[in-house]
Design a protein around this ligand. Structure first.
Ligand code: SF4
Length: 345
């Protein structure tokens, strides 16, 4: 019997039930991809992919205990700590990212939440990124409503704050902040008028129902995130999740497709872990509705596909970078120094 949930695909809904999301995951693979591609084409050019770059502006020594993250001060990962960068260093990195074809520049800082003096520096960084004509994004930890408003007033476009996993599995991954803390920051960001970037990580030992639970939590927010990064864990020696097995690649693609169906207008981003994915798996993910990537040859502690390889993959697939109004972009092969903050932004 045809599941009733299929009759409402393509609608922008906030009343998803967990059972409905699980029904999507349980569809035959080809049916799931067919529906996801159909909905994707309703809202996006299927041959355009948005390209972001990510720079760590403050690295390591984070007091939080996210089990996947080499930046936590609690784990011995050999990570070299770095103080908050100078604004000029960020301006130079953003200019290089723009020259290499990025349209969005994301800045990450390993903080529980920003101190006021640090926020003032990040605000200056946001201004220089915007002055270059790039979209700006930041991930700085938990924010108060006043901090979110200050970032919005400076011209920040996006704020990243991930839910990471399902509410049920969350306690296995982080104990130093609650799921509700995260929802509160997301509310502050939304209310400040910032666009929300919020997703999660697969491959942390979660069960299939946790992947459905993550998407259910995201799709039932008062507004769907504008960007939904779906990361694959990059296990890092010294972190509690160092020995985690990767998710089944087809289950990863299922999650992308279910994200596309539950949040039809969101940019679904292939984020951390792309370096471990074959070209064919990435092509399947694009077919399932992924339409954003992080671009650049290096993440903080792990590799990212070589920019020249990404440019070649785009060419093989007939994919072009998504353009911003009035801005034409090409993927170049200039090496962009990227660093991931918050483990797997
Ligand atoms: S994910 Fe972010 S908050 Fe968690 S330990 Fe890493 S830097 Fe800190």
């Amino acid at each position: 019997m045809r599941p009733a949930v299929l009759d409402r695909l393509g609608e922008i809904r906030h009343d998803w039930t967990l059972a409905e999301v699980q029904t999507l995951f349980a569809l035959p693979f080809s049916d799931l991809l067919f529906h996801a591609q159909r909905v994707h084409r309703r809202h996006f050019d299927p041959n355009r992919v948005q390209v972001s770059t990510l720079l760590s502006v403050k690295t390591g020594a984070c007091p939080e205990d996210c089990a996947y993250c080499p930046q936590s001060v609690r784990y011995e990962t050999g990570l070299e700590r770095e103080q908050l960068l100078e604004v000029e260093e960020v301006a130079a990195a953003a200019a290089r990212a723009k020259a290499a074809g990025a349209t969005r520049f994301c800045m990450g800082a390993a903080w529980r939440s920003p101190k006021e003096r640090d926020l003032a520096v990040v605000i200056a960084m946001v201004r220089v990124v915007r002055a270059l004509g790039l979209e700006s994004c930041a991930t700085l930890g938990m924010l108060t409503p006043a901090q979110a408003a200050a970032l919005a007033a400076a011209g920040l476009d996006y704020y990243n704050h991930n839910l990471d996993t399902s509410p049920a599995y969350y306690q296995k991954i982080i104990t130093t902040r609650t799921y509700q803390d995260r929802l509160d920051t997301l509310a502050a960001v939304r209310e400040a008028g910032l666009k929300v970037c919020c997703g999660g990580i697969l491959g942390m030992g979660e069960a299939p129902e946790d992947r459905a639970g993550l998407l259910h939590a995201l799709a039932t927010l008062p507004a769907h995130p504008d960007s939904v990064p779906i990361n694959q864990l990059v296990p890092v020696a010294g972190t509690p999740l160092a020995g985690s097995a990767p998710p089944d690649p087809l289950d990863f693609v299922r999650t992308i497709a279910a994200a596309r169906l539950t949040m039809p207008r969101a940019h679904v981003r292939l984020s951390a872990g792309r370096g471990a994915m074959s070209d064919e798996l990435q092509a399947l993910a694009f077919l399932a509705g992924a339409n954003s990537i992080f671009y650049g040859d290096k993440l903080l502690t792990t590799g990212n596909p070589d920019p020249a390889h990404d440019a070649a993959l785009f060419a093989r697939l007939g994919i072009r970078p998504e353009e911003r109004p009035g801005v034409s972009v090409e993927l170049g092969s200039d090496a962009v120094e990227l660093a991931a903050a918050h483990g797997a932004a």
